[in-house]
Design a protein around this ligand. Structure first.
Ligand SMILES: Cc1cc2nc3c(=O)[nH]c(=O)nc-3n(C[C@H](O)[C@H](O)[C@H](O)COP(=O)(O)OP(=O)(O)OC[C@H]3O[C@@H](n4cnc5c(N)ncnc54)[C@H](O)[C@@H]3O)c2cc1C
Length: 374
């Protein structure tokens, strides 16, 4: 902790929890200290509604993830969690309690979102909601070639046909923590390695997808839709896994991993987590040098890799603060690639330039801010 820094236990602030309809659209006002898993449970079970954008793990506070970004497999579609709030209440360093939004105290609003707690304490957030689906078809498909994995993942995030797109790198072996056994979605599913082409390298790639549906949807329609969408992808035939779970079971999937890890004592071990943004034009080089060489034996935890569209202000802002966000994660290395959407040479230049320049600008912005820095 910083010298003379303060630690606030935000769990003491549990209220408010209020659903609002503004111009026909639903929102929820929640406390900055509320856990996202509790927001999910109340919104779904009491109102049939849910926030649109999530983190993978939900035992995190609303104020905590809004101070970083809040990214997961829905980010390509709705932006990070920071793009899904319309109003905040913030207690500034001077002790003022201010309401802020894009139009009211906007400097504070954009400073607090992704602001690492430096611009004030978020005590309330107004979060955009949507109708909650009943069920989720959760799918994993495996690739041996990174180029094919990346091409399919990028086309899926551009087409918005699935509700969730993530993925991970696994070791091409039967290693329990890093290899084939990490792919199946239930004990009854078997990973048959005879399907892996002999040309495969030391690592494989698993694309993880989800499609929302309602109880009223006929199972054969869901099958037809999923088969149609998967039919275009170039994964290894025979290495497709799918399961139907409730929407809450899907969003709380990492909770089960946590319970298992607590049971065997591994949850309390230090889990340094590295988070990187890699531009599209460099991701193939990154795969060759990092995944296939440095990480070819795995990291005893997930190596996530999935595309995000860079057309979002907050994604641009967080990608320019990578050094700062690294400290937010507590589990294992994670890698995120960004679709640069600009020609490769200038992409690199622009990315490095943004990285250095944005960090200077951020520091300048802070010193110019009319709100005290905590
Ligand atoms: C197991 C695990 C999994 C994670 N998975 C993801 C993921 O999938 N996606 C993702 O985007 N992130 C993920 N994170 C990172 C997470 O978003 C950040 O660590 C976030 O800050 C955690 O919130 P917290 O409630 O635990 O914050 P804390 O650890 O309590 O606080 C961390 C810092 O956040 C700031 N902060 C917290 N609350 C407030 C507030 N109310 N107002 C202002 N500043 C505040 C402060 O700077 C504080 O020092 C994960 C973290 C963990 C531990």
């Amino acid at each position: 902790m910083a010298e003379q820094g303060l630690v606030l236990d935000m769990r003491a602030i549990q209220d408010p929890f209020e659903i609002l309809w503004i111009e026909g659209s639903p929102y929820v006002d929640v406390s900055g200290g509320a856990l996202w898993e509790d927001v999910l449970k109340r919104c779904v079970s009491e109102f049939g509604l849910a926030p649109r954008s999530w983190t993978d793990y939900l035992s995190l506070t609303v104020g905590g993830t809004l101070s970083y970004a809040g990214v997961s497999g829905q980010t390509f579609r709705y932006g990070p969690q920071t793009s899904n709030v319309t109003e905040l209440e913030v207690v500034t360093g001077k002790g003022d309690t201010l309401c802020c939004s894009q139009t009211e105290n906007s400097e504070l609003f954009f400073g607090a979102l992704g602001g690492l707690g430096q611009f004030g304490i978020i005590t309330r957030a107004r979060v955009v909601l949507q109708e909650a689906p009943d069920m989720v078809r959760w799918i994993r498909v495996v690739y041996s070639e990174f180029e094919e994995y990346a091409r399919d993942a990028e086309s899926l995030v551009e087409e918005y046909c699935f509700d969730y797109v993530e993925g991970f790198v696994l070791v091409n072996s039967d290693n329990r923590a890093n290899g084939w056994p990490t792919v199946p979605l239930g004990p009854e599913q078997v990973f048959d390695p005879t399907h892996i082409p002999f040309t495969a390298g030391p690592v494989l790639y698993c694309l993880e997808l989800a499609l929302h549906y309602r109880n009223a949807d006929h199972p054969s329609r869901v099958d037809t839709d999923v088969d149609g969408l998967l039919g275009r992808l170039r994964f290894i035939q025979g290495l497709k896994f799918q399961v139907d779970v409730t929407y809450m079971e899907f969003l709380l999937r990492v909770k089960r991993v946590e319970e298992h890890a607590k049971g065997n004592g591994t949850w309390d071990a230090p889990h340094p987590w590295l988070n990187l943004f890699v531009s599209k034009s460099h991701i193939v080089d990154f795969d060759r040098e990092v995944f296939k060489k440095i990480l070819k034996d795995g990291v005893d935890g997930p190596i996530l890799v999935y595309p995000l569209l860079r057309n979002n202000y907050i994604v641009r802002k967080i990608s320019s603060q990578v050094k700062l966000i690294c400290k937010g994660f507590g589990l294992s290395p994670s890698l995120i690639m960004i679709d640069g959407r600009i020609p490769s040479k200038s992409n690199r230049t622009l990315y490095m330039y943004e990285l250095i320049n944005e960090r200077h600008r951020l520091r300048e912005d802070r010193s110019k801010s009319k709100y005290s820095i905590i």
